[in-house]
Design a protein around this ligand. Structure first.
Ligand SMILES: [Ca+2]
Ligand SMILES: [Ca+2]
Length: 517
C-alpha cells in the first residue's frame, strides 16, 4: 500500500549499530604499491589490501520472506513482478498472503500464483541471462496463506497458519544469514510465529532466532507491529515514512519514471507475460517495493547498515515517539484504524538526505544555479529513496527485457571494480593524498562506461563537502586530498558506474575513509 508523504521530525541519536571499525594496516602489504595510471598524486601513504572485485560475493545473497496483502490494492501485484525478476539475486524463501487494515477478512493466495505463472513462462528466457533463476515449481512451493483474521485477532493459541509455520521453519533452518521479512500489508503472521516460538522455545533459543530477523515494514498496516516491537525489544525493525513513488519536489527526481506512461512503455506493453500481469496503479506506484530494493546486490546496498543508505532508503535508529498512521484514502474500506501508540524502544526510521547528485546533469546544474546555496537544495526523508530513482527504474526496465530477448539483445549490469590502491575501507591522515580508483571496471556487454565519484555526506560523520578539484568527478581514477580534521572522522565515497547500453544500468562501490589528524 502506498504511503502518502507523511512528515515526521526525528531526533537524531547516536548509531551504535552503525559503528565502523577501521581496518588495521597490514605491516607488510601483500601487494607492491602499484603505480598510478593517471593523475597520480599518490605519495604511497595508502597501503594496499587485496582488491574486492565482486560486489555480489562481498555481500552475499539475502534471504527474504514477503508478507503481502495482495488484492487490497494493485500495487502489491506490481511489486511482485519486480521482485520475481530479481529472484536470481535474492533468495526468496516465502510468499505469504496476509490481511491488512485495507483488507481485514481474507487472504488472496491466488493473486500471488498469477505472477508466478507468468514467471514460469519466461524463466527459460531468463536463464539465457543468468542461470540462477529458481524454478517456478520452487517459487510455487513458497506461496502460503496467512491467517484470514485481522491483526492481533489472528495471534494466539490455535491461530497458526501455513504462513506462520513457514516463517518458523525458515528461521530454524541451519543458515547463518539473517532472514529478512518484508511487510507489504499486515505483519500478523510474523507476530503469530514469534508468539509460538516464545511459547515453545527456551529464552536462549528464542533470542537467537529473533536476532536473525530483519523486518522492513511499510508502515503499520495492522496492530501487530506495535505488539512485536514492544514484546521483542531487540527485534530489528525498519519502517519508512515515504513511498517509492512519493515526494517528487524537483525535476531531477525523475517523477516521469514512475508515471503511467513510463510504466506502460517500459514495463507493461510489448514486454511479454510479466508485463501483462503488471497492473495499472490505483493509489500509487509500488508502495511496498522499497522493502526489497535494498536487498539487491548492486555494490551500494548494505542492508546490515541501514544508516549507510541505498536503494531501499536510509535510516536512523531512534525512538520516533508515535509512528504516523495511514491517512484516509478515497474508496478504501477502512482507514486509520491502527491506533497510534507511543513506541517503547528505538527502531530504524527514515533519515534525511540533502540532494546534491549523484546524477549530475543539466537539470541539476540549473538547480544549483537557481538554489545559489546548499541550504536551498531539497532536504527531507524522501530524498534517500528518490535520489536513486533513475537507476532503479532503468534497472527494472533492463531486467524485464531479459524475459523476452536473447542475451545479445539485452543489457546487463557493468561490474564496478576497485583497484588495489583503493581498499574498501582505510585510514589516512589529514593532508594525505589517496586514490578513488575503479579503472578495472568492465561491462559484460562491452558497453562504454561512465564513472561518477561522490561523497555520501550523510552516511559519514564529516559534514563538509570534499573538493575533488582540480579533477573531475567523472574520472575512473580520482585523486583526493584528505581534509583537515581535529578529531577522527569517517567519510563515505560512492562510485557510480553506468554503462551506455539501453536502458543504461548502474552499479556502485562504496569506499569508507577514516581521516585522523
Ligand atoms: Ca500492500
Ligand atoms: Ca551492459
Amino acid at each position: 500500500m502506498n504511503f502518502r508523504a507523511v512528515s515526521l521530525a526525528f531526533v537524531m541519536c547516536s548509531l551504535p549499530w552503525a559503528t565502523i571499525h577501521a581496518q588495521e594496516y597490514p605491516h607488510n602489504p601483500p601487494f607492491p604499491v602499484i603505480p598510478c595510471n593517471m593523475n597520480c598524486l599518490d605519495k604511497g601513504h595508502v597501503r594496499p589490501v587485496p582488491p574486492n572485485t565482486d560486489p555480489v560475493a562481498d555481500q552475499g545473497k539475502h534471504r527474504v520472506i514477503v508478507l503481502t496483502d495482495m488484492g487490497a490494492d494493485n500495487d502489491d501485484s506490481q511489486s511482485i513482478v519486480r521482485l520475481l525478476l530479481y529472484s536470481n539475486d535474492i533468495d526468496i524463501e516465502g510468499l505469504i498472503a496476509t490481511t491488512s487494515t485495507f483488507m481485514m477478512d481474507r487472504t488472496n493466495v491466488w493473486l500471488i500464483e498469477k505472477p508466478v505463472d507468468a514467471y514460469a513462462k519466461v524463466r527459460p528466457n531468463l536463464l539465457k541471462h543468468d542461470s540462477n533463476y529458481p524454478t517456478a515449481a520452487h517459487l510455487r512451493s513458497l506461496i502460503k496463506a496467512g491467517s484470514p483474521l485481522y491483526g492481533m485477532g489472528g495471534v494466539g493459541p490455535g491461530k497458526d497458519s501455513e504462513g506462520s509455520e513457514l516463517i518458523i521453519s525458515a528461521l530454524k533452518r541451519n543458515d547463518p544469514r539473517p532472514l529478512w521479512i518484508t511487510v507489504w500489508g499486515g505483519p500478523n503472521v510474523l507476530a503469530q510465529a514469534l508468539w509460538k516460538l516464545r511459547s515453545t522455545e527456551s529464552p536462549k533459543t528464542l533470542n537467537a532466532l529473533v536476532a536473525k530477523l530483519r523486518v522492513y515494514a511499510i508502515g503499520d498496516q495492522d496492530d501487530s507491529g506495535f505488539w512485536m516491537r514492544r514484546e521483542f525489544p531487540s527485534l530489528f525493525w525498519i519502517t519508512p515514512v515515504i513511498s517509492f513513488g512519493g515526494a517528487t519536489p524537483i525535476e531531477d527526481s525523475h517523477p516521469e519514471m514512475v508515471s503511467s506512461d513510463w510504466v506502460a512503455k517500459n514495463i507493461q506493453q510489448d514486454h511479454g507475460p510479466m508485463g501483462e500481469v503488471y497492473p495499472d496503479t490505483i493509489y500509487g506506484n509500488e508502495g511496498d517495493t522499497p522493502s526489497f530494493l535494498g536487498l539487491i546486490p548492486n555494490g551500494l546496498n548494505d542492508p546490515s547498515h541501514p544508516s549507510y543508505g541505498g536503494w531501499g532508503g536510509r535510516f536512523v535508529l531512534t525512538n520516533p515517539g508515535t509512528l504516523p498512521t495511514f491517512p484516509s484514502m478515497p474508496n478504501a474500506r477502512s482507514q486509520n484504524i491502527v491506533k497510534p501508540i507511543p513506541e517503547t524502544r528505538p527502531l530504524w526510521v527514515s533519515a534525511e538526505d540533502q540532494y546534491r547528485g549523484p546524477m549530475m546533469h543539466a537539470n541539476f546544474s540549473a538547480l544549483l544555479r537557481g538554489a545559489k546555496k546548499r541550504a536551498d537544495l531539497p532536504k527531507d526523508t524522501s530524498v534517500p529513496l528518490w535520489r536513486w530513482r533513475e537507476d532503479v527504474q532503468n534497472d527494472f526496465a533492463a531486467r524485464i527485457e531479459w524475459t523476452t530477448k536473447p542475451y545479445n539483445g539485452a543489457n546487463h549490469p557493468p561490474v564496478a571494480v576497485l583497484a588495489r590502491n583503493t581498499p574498501q575501507e582505510f585510514t589516512v591522515h589529514s593532508g594525505e593524498e589517496f586514490h578513488l580508483n575503479a579503472t578495472g571496471s568492465y561491462d559484460p556487454d562491452h558497453d562504454s562506461l561512465s564513472f561518477y565519484w561522490f561523497q555520501y555526506e550523510e552516511a559519514g560523520d564529516f559534514h563538509e563537502l570534499i573538493s575533488f578539484a582540480p579533477f573531475s568527478q567523472g574520472l575512473a581514477d580520482q585523486p583526493v586530498t584528505a581534509p583537515k580534521v581535529n578529531s577522527p572522522k569517517t567519510i563515505q565515497f560512492i562510485l557510480r558506474v553506468t554503462d551506455k547500453g539501453t536502458p543504461p544500468i548502474s552499479r556502485y562501490r562504496r569506499v569508507i575513509v577514516h581521516v585522523v589528524p
